[in-house]
Write a protein that binds this ligand. Sequence first.
Ligand code: PLP
Length: 396
Amino acid sequence: MKKAVIQQSNIVIAPTYNRSEILFVKGEGCTLWDSEGQKYTDFLSGIAVCNLGHSHPEIAQVIYQQAQMLTHVSNLFYTIPQVELASLLVEHSFADRVFFCNSGAEANEAAIKVARKYFSSKGISQRYKIIAMHGSFHGRTMATLSATGQEKVKKGFYPLLQGFEFVPYNQIEALKQKIDDTTCAVILELIQGEGGVNCSTPEFIQEVRKLCDEQGILLIFDEIQTGMGRTGKLFAYEHYGITPDIMTLAKALGNGLPIGAMLAKEQVMCAFEPGSHASTFGGTPLVTAAALQVLRIIERDQILKHCNKMGMYFKERLNWLKSRHSIIEEIRGLGLLLGLKLSISGAPIVKACLERGFIINCVQENVLRFVPPLIISLSEIDALVACLDDLMRHAS
Ligand SMILES: *Cc1c(COP(=O)(O)O)cnc(C)c1O
């Protein structure tokens, strides 16, 4: 069966991914099974999506019950799970209002649009430029690609949307010089995930906030990868003692169901009015009921506390690996968004890990990225570290 499926996939599916030759059929907690009964421990979580693990029984139950009750109606009407989820997100964040959509890119699109609308509705439409960071990743749609600071994903798609400028990450002077009276917002990730698990410094972020206040421009945090407990706080901005004006979420928000959200302060979101922006599937009862359950479980099961504990232990173990292998240049990241920078290409190590039953991935050619479900255990971390230790002994 596996061979036939792979063959057919390579014929009928768009060739936009380099896939490993594994056919997954089942998941539970941090474990996945392939079609041949092989077991894997998941340190990728569908790229930071399944933060509560695979096939969580309570989330599955909520999805089933909600699907039987009401899956979708238009946003021309009210539904209960949507309001409950928005209320909980507002209660736990800086934000006053939420716009629901279906993906990270769509959430960032909404952020870009509301930032421009905020100024144009005040009659200052010459303020439309957004400053983003080198190494950033904000999505694959034309606008979010335009906001992305990596040439390799933009190649072949020019001309892109105008009005985006780039400065080096963590360099406040460069940002200061770029801001002028055409700037409407600054967008950044507090940890650049796709960019190589690059952490922002608290000083930089605090200075950016100050700068945005002084200049009267908006600060957008793309927390699509860092949000929903990934870094040990519900939102990564909580580590920095400041708040943004706009924040985007997706990935782990629905633990696997497609949902995105753009959150903003009252004055910002209310630049939108009926007809300004929309999304047919945005915030349907099905996905919002699931996301609501995700948030309730994060609170009830003290997932953040566990994430912090496991994150600290994992980082310690990776540093132990670093002390043993000269091919490791740096360990970086926060909570359970961790990176291990190699002096060699990471792809062979990713492949060898797969063969030994561990799913990890590699960004920017040589940074191994670890984003396990937040429910990962000490023994699962130990098993991966032992595997990496063994592999690196042979690689160096
Ligand atoms: C994954 C990601 C996106 C894009 O999300 P999609 O759901 O794939 O559109 C945007 N920003 C960041 C930081 C991401 O990690």
